[in-house]
Design a protein around this ligand. Structure first.
Ligand code: PRP
Ligand code: ZN
Length: 300
């Protein structure tokens, strides 16, 4: 029998920009899972994590209400809900555990082609359609602009054409939605990326430990993405120069080379991408037998 209460429930976007990356991240953290028949859940086989697939806008609520222990969702949704909960006097709020290195986009005000726009003051007295009324309201307040916020639940980009609004405030990722609807991006009001939030309700020590392990592993996964392991031979006399060329590496390991007095082997983890230019500079500085290997896992 599986003890349900000791399993960590993670809410993930059902189908959208974050779905694939979020599942991929959990897999890289070691999770092996099987899909439920209804496709609405994944059950962890080797770790006590279960994934629930839901609408992204529902994720903060599910975590806030302790239906899920964790949620993976964009900062845009997190910030909007945080402001909404705060306005309703709800506390304690879900906790932002960590940001993730995908799902980057921005919340922007966009203007229909042909409409005059000379900066935020042009918004005065106009109607702005959005699914992010709380973030937009804060922005307008901060800029001392009074405007009418038209709250929609989707398809914001067509609101000006339908005559429902003068401007829109919506997410922009590649910009193709705006372009297709003859809108241009005038102001960025929030930068966003994926993040993990946690329930405000205290969890059992076992769950807490698993959540801690997961965040450690995510840290490791995010670090290795750019990391490379470099091995090379270097003349002792050129060691200082060569060390300076290794991008983002801390203390390299220096080892003697059997049968050689003037050369050593250098092994280093570089926390940045290693480009051909770097290898060429290393070679010019006297390095030879240069090998660059991907890093599979890392635990700091
Ligand atoms: C956003 C936004 C736009 C689109 C912009 O929707 O509402 O429709 O992405 O992306 P683009 O600049 O690459 O064209 P999202 O993916 O967040 O879906 P949702 O609003 O239905 O959750
Ligand atoms: Zn959404």
């Amino acid at each position: 029998m599986i003890d349900k209460s000791s399993r960590v429930k993670v809410a993930v976007q059902k189908s959208g920009r974050l779905t694939e990356n979020s599942l991929d991240l959990l897999v890289r953290c070691g999770l092996k899972y099987s899909r439920g028949k209804d496709q609405l859940m994944c059950y962890g086989e080797n770790m006590p994590f279960d994934v629930l697939f839901v609408r992204d806008d529902d994720i903060p609520d599910l975590v806030q209400q302790d239906v899920c222990d964790l949620g993976i969702v964009g900062l845009n949704v997190i910030e909007e809900k945080r402001l909404a909960f705060e306005a309703r006097g709800i506390s304690p709020l879900f906790e932002l555990l960590m940001t993730l290195d995908y799902g980057r986009c921005r919340l922007s005000i966009a203007v229909p082609e042909g409409v005059e726009y000379k900066g935020v003051t042009s918004l005065r007295g106009k109607r702005i359609a959005t699914t992010y009324p709380n973030i937009l309201a804060r922005y307008l307040r901060e800029h001392d602009v009074e405007a009418e916020i038209v709250t929609l639940s989707g398809a914001v980009e067509i609101a000006p054409r339908l005559g429902r609004a003068d401007f829109i405030c919506d997410l922009v990722s590649t910009g193709s939605t705006l372009a297709a609807n003859r809108l241009w991006e005038a102001e960025t009001i929030l930068e966003s990326q994926a993040a993990i939030i946690a329930t405000p309700v205290p969890v059992s020590p076992e769950k807490r430990e698993w959540i801690r392990r997961l965040t450690m592993r995510i840290d490791g996964v995010q670090q290795v993405k750019e990391s490379k392991y470099i091995m090379l031979h270097a003349p002792r006399a050129k060691l200082a120069e060569i060390r300076k060329l290794l991008p983002g590496s801390e203390a390299p390991t220096i080892m003697p080379l059997e049968g050689s007095t003037d050369k050593v082997a250098v092994h280093a983890v570089c926390r940045e991408n290693v480009f051909w230019e770097t290898l060429e500079s290393l070679k010019s500085a006297g390095a030879s037998a240069i090998l660059v290997l991907p890093v599979e896992k890392m635990l700091a």
